[in-house]
Write a protein that binds this ligand. Sequence first.
Ligand code: HEM
Length: 371
Amino acid sequence: PFPFYRRMRESRPLFYRPEDETWQVFRYAEAEQVLNNSALFSSVRNRERGQERPLQNSILNMDPPQHRQFRSLVTQAFTPRAVAQLANRITSIVTHLLDEVTGSGTMDIIDHLAYPLPVIVIAELLGIPREDRALFKTWSDAVVNGVDGRGQNRPQPAMSDYFLQVIEERHKEPQDDLMSALLNAQVDGHHLSRQELLGFCILLLVAGNETTTNLIGNALLCLDEQPDSMEQLYAAPDLIPGAVEEVLRYRSPVQLTGRIALADTVLGNQHIQAGQRVVANIGSANRDEAQFPDPDRFDIRRSPNHHLAFGHGIHFCLGAPLARLETKIALTLLLERFQDIRRVPQVPLEPGESILMHGVKHLPVTFRQRP
Ligand code: HEM
C-alpha cells in the first residue's frame, strides 16, 4: 500500500468518498489531530450503521466520560509494572517455542513463534489453565475472524460461558493474575460488572493477538530485507528496542482506525460535516515525509520516532508495553540462538486477509544454530 499512500499524501491528503460518507486521512498532521480530539472525533463508531458487532461496547468504542472511567479501571490491573514482571515468563515461553525447531534449521516465523506467543501470554495473563489453552486458541481465532467479517460475527457462547466461569472462580478465590486484578479494581467505589469484564477479556484476544503476531512477523520481514540492520543487531542487541519501534513505523501492524465527526469542522483545508466518518491511515502517517526524514528508509537508529502505530491520545494502546516486550524478547532470543536467518524466497509472501492489518500469513526461514 505504501506507493499508494505516497500518491495520496501528495495529491489528495484528505479524500472523501460519498458512497460511504468517509474521509480518508493520509498525512501525519491530520491523522494525529483526529486521534487527539475525542471531543470532535468520536470512537462510538457503529451506532448509526445499525450493526451488531462483538466489540460494539468495548473500551475501543467508548468516548469520555465513559471511556475515562473504564480505562482507569482496567489500567489499574494492566500496569506497565505488571507487564514488566512477565519478562521471565515470556522468555521461557519463547525458549520453549524455539526448542521445538532448533534442530531442524528451518521454521515458519509465524506458525512456530509469532502466532503462538501472544496467545499463550494472554492466556497466562488471564489465568487460563494450561490444559484449556488449545480451546482458548480456537476461540481466539474465531473472535478475530468474526471481527474481520470472515467468520461468524459473534463470540461463541461456549467461550462466554467459560470466561464467566473463570470470573466466578476468581471472585471466590483471587489468584495472582490479571482476571483477579480486574475484578478487584475500582473507581469511585465502582467495580467492573461481569459482562464488562467478559467483554474486556474478549477484546484482549482481538486487540492483542493478531497485532502482536504481525509485529513479530514484520520485524523479521524488515530484517530480511535489510541485512545490514540484522548485522547491527547481532553486534549490538541493545539496538533491538529501537529496531522494534522502527518496524512499528515502517510496517505498522494496524494500518488504520476510524472515527465519526460529532460536529462540522475544518481539517487540513477541508470541511468535514457532523456524522461523516473519518479514517486515520496510520500506515500512511507513519511514512509521511513531513514528519519522518527519508521515510521509506528502514533505520533502526531513527530518533525521534513518534510513530502512530499504537494510536495516539486517550485510546493509546493499552497493550503497547506488552507487545513491545514480547517482540523484544522474541528477537533477542532468535538472534542469540540462530545465525544466517533467511527467508525462503521460493515461498511467495501472502498478506493477511484484513485490510485493517499489515502482515503476512507465513514466513518460512532457514537458519544455522549458533555455536
Ligand atoms: C488500542 C495497536 C497490541 C490492547 C490500540 C490502538 C491501536 C493499537 C492503533 C488504538 C485504536 C484507536 O485509537 O482506535 C496495537 C498494535 C499492537 C497492539 C500495533 C501490537 C503490535 C495490543 C495488546 C493488547 C492491546 C498486546 C492487550 C493485551 C489494546 C486495548 C486498546 C488498544 C485494550 C483500547 C484502548 C482504549 O480504547 O483506551 N491498539 N495494539 N493491544 N489496544 Fe492495542
